[in-house]
Design a protein around this ligand. Structure first.
Ligand code: AMP
Length: 451
């Protein structure tokens, strides 16, 4: 039963933002409301609200302080999780109460467990015999991220009766449909495949209790806003919605104001910025010598887990061939590879069978592999922001990482852009073979710092 408030004494042109339930609005109505909310959004949540100075970020907090049940504790200790991360400390108690949440959290902060553990626990508490039906839906922008979330949920829910299915495009629908038909409690999905499965009647959302929009900023960048609004109209208006985003552009604030009901606004201290927690150095080396330098570094430093970034798919494949000739086990991951091959490669890299993974930007972002020790920018990133995304693949959850940047003469202006963006100079590597004969450039003028 949907609860409706009595709006009789309200001005019809002002939707009540602080109501406790969502009205079952139609798509047209939703569009009509959008403009109103856009105008009004700032009054309710503004990016400045995201300053959270709670005392909950103390280092030595424990999972048992977070009201989690034994089966979940057991799974966490098997994963080797000792202490909850700041985002987990803040999100878990609120999410267990079923409240809407708007959280700023980066990949690597432990956000998956922050939303997944309460979902699993709440479903388990009310699970009855008989066929399962979807009670929680987690939407993520990329296949890789969806698949990682699904894998994590499987581990966290190991000692419960809660079961998940992950659905994404690029692979056959048949096994996914078969899984869905068996009855699952949690669906992890990318927007495109989810849309198809809903249209085909394989997924029904009428009994969803929790919706998570993960990496909401990326979903909006990728043009998924309409699919998201449609989803929200399909779930019961009493559902809990948790919106996680790495950044808080106005668009996300607008979305939050539109779809969340009295949200808890949570921003845990972000993990130390990759720029500070990663030792990054630059090697001035010309394009033709880069491979020799790479091979030299991998062998002499005995590198165990390196992610090497290349500009193009072809050059990634060529590099793998050359590395293999030098007896360095490696493989490539990029958009031209079939999904099952990408997954296999990632699995081998995760397990340590392949110490060197060569990747293009698109394929590598969202990859969550523990203990990557080195990021090697074989080709410098043309976009300065991409440098931060790339090096963020190492040094996850408080671990230290190393980044090596191979900079040819024609890429030196990229280095300037990066140093101006991060507001500091990268360390210049010293005493290495294959050093460029072209004199090392002057240090970047940081007073030109970009926003
Ligand atoms: P996420 O931000 O959810 O992608 O998590 C990043 C990585 O941190 C994943 O490999 C998780 O398995 C790991 N992780 C999450 N929570 C914890 C924790 N409390 N302690 C240690 N590792 C964690």
């Amino acid at each position: 039963m949907k609860k409706h408030k009595d709006h009789s004494d309200k001005n019809e042109s002002e939707p009540d933002l602080h109501k406790n339930t969502r009205d079952p609005i139609s798509l047209d109505k939703s569009k009509e409301l959008t403009n109103y909310f856009r105008r009004e959004a700032k009054k309710f949540i503004s990016p400045e609200d995201f300053i959270d100075t709670g005392t909950l970020t103390d280092k030595n907090r424990y999972f048992h302080e977070l009201s989690l049940t034994d089966p979940i504790h057991r799974a966490l200790s098997e994963q080797g999780y000792r202490n909850p991360t700041p985002i987990q400390i803040k999100v878990i108690p609120v999410a267990l109460q079923g409240k809407d949440i708007l959280a700023t959290a980066q990949t690597g902060s432990g956000k998956t467990a922050a939303f997944a553990l309460p979902i699993i626990q709440r479903i388990e508490a009310r699970k009855t015999r008989g066929r399962s039906f979807p009670r929680a839906l987690i939407v993520s922008p990329t296949r890789e991220l969806a698949s990682q979330i699904g894998e994590n949920i499987k581990k966290y829910a190991w000692y419960t009766r809660v079961r998940q299915v992950t659905v994404y495009g690029g692979v056959s629908k048949i096994p996914q449909t078969r899984q869905l038909k068996k009855g699952k409690d949690i669906i992890v999905a990318t927007p495109g495949r989810l849309h198809d499965l809903i249209t085909e009647g394989v997924v029904e959302l009428d009994r969803i209790e929790t919706l998570v929009l993960d990496e909401a900023d990326r979903m909006l960048d990728m043009g998924f806003i309409d699919s998201i609004l449609e989803l929200i109209l399909m779930i019961p208006d009493t559902s809990q919605i948790m919106l996680f985003s790495a950044t808080m552009p106005q668009q996300i604030v607008d979305l939050a104001n539109k779809v969340l009901v009295k949200p808890a606004i949570i921003s845990a201290d972000p993990p130390a910025s990759p720029v500070d927690s990663i030792a990054s150095s630059v090697f001035f080396v010309e394009q033709d010598d880069k491979f020799s330098l790479l091979s030299h570094i991998i062998t002499t430093e005995g590198i165990k887990k390196a992610l090497v970034f290349m500009k193009t798919k072809h050059s990634a494949d060529r590099l793998v061939k050359k590395l293999r000739k030098d007896r360095i086990r490696s493989d490539a991951i990029h958009g031209d590879k079939a999904q099952h091959l990408r997954e296999k490669t990632l699995k081998n890299f995760k397990s340590g069978d392949i110490p060197v993974l060569v990747a293009t930007d698109v394929a590598a972002l969202g990859i969550d592999v523990n203990n990557i020790t080195h990021i090697i920018n074989f080709d410098m990133p043309a976009e300065a922001e991409m440098y931060i995304h790339r090096i963020g693949r190492t040094g996850r959850v408080g671990k230290k990482g190393i980044a090596y940047n191979f900079c040819a003469e024609r890429e030196r202006h990229y280095l300037v852009g990066i140093e101006q963006l991060i507001g500091q100079h990268l360390k210049r590597a010293e005493n290495y073979p294959f050093m460029s004969q072209i004199p090392v450039p002057e240090k970047t003028d940081l007073s030109e710092k970009r926003k």
